[in-house]
Design a protein around this ligand. Structure first.
Ligand code: HPA
Length: 234
């Protein structure tokens, strides 16, 4: 047990999928894993462990934002020995060619600040995905025929942004989408020599104001889980 995760040692798999929403962790575990069992419910941040094609997998909610994800990812890596961490989540599209329901594989994650900022100070560290996972996810997405974009994303600290100029600059520099967790996951993976990737479904679009209708969410998010699992064991 750790401060925020009630699982026993051995209850957490080396491969962990991390949706922001704990109920999405439950849905993904019940939909994709064999014999899923609840391993964490501290603070309602549900985590499940089961198997996928015989491979042990944990699906653990991260909560929203980098400070929350940082707590869970730190404990998963440092206390439970997680080796492959894949964020599965939603993001806002930031380019005209990026459509609702498309999948974004985050090659890099730009950010204004992260919980790791205290380490980097004036240095602009470049958080990036693990190449083997990124390559395998791109191949898995291709094989499924999912419309997918690979490139940079922006991990923001706020959903309700009072600085639209930052989004404008990100768009101008080719950033594909905005979410709130990946940069810290990539920082931690680099620090602890483990693999990380963010596989994101575009749920809304900053320029068009379009949003994924509630009834479409499950299927679109399912594609993302499938891509993440295939990539983890490629
Ligand atoms: N902003 C930040 N995070 C998000 C968004 C957004 O528009 N959509 C999904 N996650």
């Amino acid at each position: 047990m750790t401060i925020h995760i009630g699982a026993q040692q051995g209850d957490i798999a080396e491969t962990v999928l991390m949706p922001g929403d704990p109920y999405r962790a439950k849905w993904a575990a019940e939909t994709f894993l064999d014999n899923p069992r609840l391993v964490n419910e501290v603070r309602g941040m549900l985590g499940f462990t089961g198997t996928w094609n015989g491979h042990p997998v944990t699906i653990q909610g991260s909560g929203m934002g980098m400070p929350s994800l940082s707590i869970y990812a730190n404990e998963l890596i440092r206390e439970y020995g997680a080796k492959t961490l894949i964020r599965i989540g939603s993001c806002g599209g930031m380019q005209p060619h990026v459509g609702i329901r498309d999948v974004i594989l985050a090659m890099t994650a730009s950010t204004l600040s992260t919980p790791s900022r205290g380490i980097f100070k004036e240095l602009n560290f470049a958080p990036c995905a693990d190449w083997s996972l990124l390559k395998a996810a791109a191949e898995a997405a291709d094989a499924k025929g999912t419309k997918t974009h690979v490139g940079g994303i922006y991990s923001s600290d706020v959903f309700y942004d009072e600085r639209p100029d930052l989004n404008e600059q990100m768009t101008r520099h080719g950033i594909l989408g905005v979410e709130m967790e990946a940069a810290e996951l990539y920082n931690l993976a680099a620090r602890h020599s483990v693999r990380a990737l963010a596989v994101l479904t575009v749920s809304d679009h900053l320029q068009t104001g379009e949003a994924l209708p509630a009834e479409d969410r499950e299927r679109s998010f399912g594609d993302m889980v499938d891509i993440a699992l295939t990539a983890a064991f490629a």
